[in-house]
Design a protein around this ligand. Sequence first.
Ligand code: ZN
Length: 204
Amino acid sequence: MPSPARIRQSVRVPLHQGLGTVLQADLMTFTGLADVGEHLAVRLGPPAEVPLVRVHSECLTGEVFGSARCDCGPQLAEALRAIDDAGGVLLYLRQEGRGIGLYNKLDAYHLQQQGLDTYEANRALGLDDDLRDYAVAAQMLGALGHNEIDLLTNNPDKRDQLLRYGIKVRDTVSTGVFANPYNTGYLRAKVVRTSHTIQLKGSA
Ligand SMILES: [Zn+2]
């Protein structure tokens, strides 16, 4: 079990979601997290006995610049809306590129242009497939008093890691798939390499 963390600050911020929609969010910061990243909790919607939780890793290229090489931007927007409906929290973890960092991620994109898939590219750079660790997510949930959650994910590893860290996952809610001509290879590699539960045309 990771050591306990505490809420450091909570501040109300309205979030534009396009088409005139504004979500009222509480952005929450923490002290005592297991790594030095400035991780953020975004609390939305009505109070819920069992909150809907999305553990979302930062993707600058997809979320800020709208990169079509992945589906992080639309996934983030979908998660914020779903959590605003159900009541819960989005944990925004500052672990770019599955934890390898922005520059390494762009190096991996360069290798993918030469035909490697996302996991082969990481290996060619001497990096693990996935450096993400969800201990801080469990710490944040503990600080928020959420020991039982519904988890918004297609990634079985997230559920397993949270269970290991003592968070009870009552239900797993699938996220949408936002395929486009540029990211189908990336999505397919996720399914084949990491048992993501994504339904793609032509995949088993
Ligand atoms: Zn992304």
